[in-house]
Design a binder for this molecule. Structure first.
Ligand code: SAJ
Length: 423
């Protein structure tokens, strides 16, 4: 078959490579970014994905920034972003643009799979009506639409597109079966056939909503235990040795990324349109969104102890990425931390090894030389060297550890004020 992948980001590119490597299908890729296409053409992987970097060196993958390349495909797989707007409402424009691109080429007997994370109803209420309107074809009769939500975990050395189980649902049982068989050609784990599109869309949304509310639980506990004088990390460590019915999550300066802080809003918004108010999900989002400000409050409190105002005090922000050891800014708490610090006129120094262009110092050492206080916002491995000895040598007086990543006891031995989040 001819298979085309629309969107060659951290989801689409590993997928295109996996199909090209594991099957005899003719795989092509379309992405509107010329620069991304030219990198891929030169077998340079534009994303942080070890497996994909290896695959790209060997696979036969034709790609282009011209959508004509997807013409006459048997399967079109849509892997474009599904972000939120500034008011946290879903932004389905990338999906709608991708669907209208596919509709220019879609013919009878061909199929579409949406891998992007979408809320229950997007396929039935938006994707299919748009395709039928633009092609005058009938879904379920002339073509099938399936949803197989992506489960890529950026930077994960163990789980990748080849071994993560998948769920798939479509407009018909036959369609689901046929496309499940297609995924079984390159995924060596279970491909679960779901009863319909909405159930499949809901599955991915609740996977990530589950994570968001559990993080909100420990973030609220961090605020409460900070005033109760209880070390939440020790408590979680204790609870986590329960061999069943407990799953540890950890407090931090905020919840970032393209999935966890975004997906719940897709469900909240769609349920609201049908008259249901997701009070719990909204509260969890509110708690997680409050963590950057909570972190800044801890910094101000600590600076008071050394009688320094935040204004004009040299403060080092370590880490801009939302996740350790990758360079990804999406919904990163560091963006809010930076604006809070700027609003309060801190003399701000920034260092993130993955974002030299956002850093105004060239090394951890240079930042430490200049700062009285540091705020660690990302647990990059490079920051593990921040020992009490080094901080003391550089005359750092305050450490706010937004990821509870550093050694509290070691740092406090040097009479440096250490404040973690719930720790
Ligand atoms: N975070 C916490 N406390 C936690 C876990 C995460 O504050 O206990 C924060 C992180 O610092 C980060 C954000 O939440 O800012 C998201 O972290 P994440 O580990 O969930 O990373 P993501 O955004 O890459 O999430 C992906 C998701 N994968 C897919 O959607 C396919 C998510 O479902 C996975 O659970 C997650 O990877 C993972 O397990 O690493």
């Amino acid at each position: 078959m001819k298979v085309s992948v629309i969107g060659l980001g951290y989801v689409g590119l590993p997928l295109a490579c996996a199909i090209a490597k594991s099957t005899t299908h003719n795989v092509v890729g379309f992405d509107k970014s010329e620069s991304k296409i030219s990198k891929i053409k030169n077998r340079i992987c534009p994303i942080d994905d070890f497996q994909c970097e290896q695959d790209l060196k060997i696979v036969n993958l034709e790609c282009s920034a011209n959508p004509d390349i997807i013409n006459n495909s048997d399967i079109y797989i849509i892997c474009v972003p599904t972000p939120v707007l500034n008011d946290y409402t879903p932004d389905l424009s990338p999906i709608k643009n991708a669907v209208s691109t596919v509709s220019k080429y879609l013919q009878k007997g061909q199929n579409i799979v949406v891998e992007s994370t979408i809320n229950p109803g997007v396929c039935d209420e938006i994707v299919i009506p748009l395709l039928e309107e633009l092609t005058n074809l009938k879904a379920g009769l002339d073509f099938d639409v399936a949803h197989c939500p992506e489960r890529i975990n950026p930077g994960d050395p163990n789980w990748n597109v080849y071994n993560i189980p998948r769920n798939i649902g479509s407009t018909s049982k036959e369609g689901t079966k046929m496309l499940a068989e297609f995924y079984r050609e390159f995924v060596n784990n279970s491909i679960n056939e779901m009863p319909n599109l909405k159930t499949t869309e809901a599955t991915k949304i609740i996977e990530n909503t589950f994570r968001d509310i559990n993080i909100a639980l420990v973030n609220e506990l961090a605020k409460s235990f900070d005033v109760l004088g209880i070390d939440l990390l020790a408590v979680i460590k204790g609870a986590a040795n329960k061999p069943f019915a407990f799953m540890p999550h950890y407090p931090s300066c905020g919840v970032g990324g393209h999935c966890i802080p975004v997906d719940p809003y897709y469900l909240i918004e769609r349920a609201k349109q049908s008259g249901f108010d997701h009070k719990f999900l909204k509260l969890a989002r509110e708690i997680n969104n409050s963590m950057p400000e909570y972190t800044i409050d801890k910094l101000i409190d600590a600076l008071n102890h050394i009688e320094k105002p935040i204004k004009n005090t040299p403060i080092g922000l370590l880490g801009m990425s939302y996740k350790a050891n990758v360079g990804d800014l999406r919904e990163s708490p560091s963006i809010k931390l930076k604006s809070f610090l700027e609003e309060k006129s801190a003399n701000l120094f920034i260092y993130d090894p993955y974002f030299p262009e956002l850093s105004n110092t060239n090394s951890i050492d240079e930042l430490l030389e200049k700062c009285d206080a540091i705020l660690l916002a990302t647990d990059h491995k490079e920051f593990k060297l921040l020992s009490g000895e080094l901080l003391n040598k550089k005359n750092v007086k305050v450490v706010i550890d937004g990821k509870n990543f550093l050694n509290k006891d070691d740092i406090e031995c040097y009479n440096i004020i250490y404040k973690g989040i719930g720790h």
